[in-house]
Write a protein that binds this ligand. Sequence first.
Ligand SMILES: [Fe+2]
Ligand SMILES: [Fe+2]
Length: 264
Amino acid sequence: MDEPFELMADIEVLPAHFPILGMGFLPVNAFVLKAAEPVLVDTGMGIESDDFMRALKSVINPQDLRWVWITHDDADHTGSVQKVLEAAPKARLVAYSLAVLRMSTAWPVPMDRVYWLNPGDSISAGDRTLTAVRPPLFDNPTTIGIYDGKSGAFFSADCFGAIIPSPARNVKDLAEEDLVQGMTNWASGDNPWVYMFETAVFSRVLDRVRQISPNMILSAHLPPALGKTEQLLKTLAAVPASTPFVGPDQTALEQMLAEIRGGS
Ligand SMILES: [Fe+2]
Ligand SMILES: [Fe+2]
């Protein structure tokens, strides 16, 4: 985990980063939305669960949490969900139904604490409405991002992610070309189905985000991006015409292992 920080008065970032050998780092963010009914958005990676719980407790007393919103049930978003629910007895677990069913194959989800949302549904967090929005790119069918009508933030799950050269606290800290390349690599590798889209059709999908018009994009896999929505959408719009990402093969793995052995 990296050091948590306050993005604005009502939004705390719980940042982490995951090294991707030979490519850079994938940010892995969770967020605490200090609404009248406080919300935790995602629960980090299980491999650093103790650190995650420490980071969470440094920004809020978990007893005060009223909602734990799981954007989807991938392991980098559900790493501490059980521990969080134990530490936050007043919190409801918000997720798409299929995410809960899938998680139930791994651990006993307390169904009486669950709150199911479909894209387009909303909850009230006291001082604001939070609406479930399916982002234009997703690597898991259970994905629901969040549009916060008060702050104007779009918590976009994996969408708008980027593999970046070094961890950063703000997307403005990245060089322009690193941002474009890093987003394109991530979007291509994480969503290989994007190449099934005609560019014009995909642009219409992206227009749905323009209609919401969020003033900040808070992706699980990108440093916070304030006032950059149009630029990020333009970068995604070019992905269906980009060269598809090809994962490293066994030869590459053996080279990496040899380098690690050589360096130790
Ligand atoms: Fe994912
Ligand atoms: Fe993810």
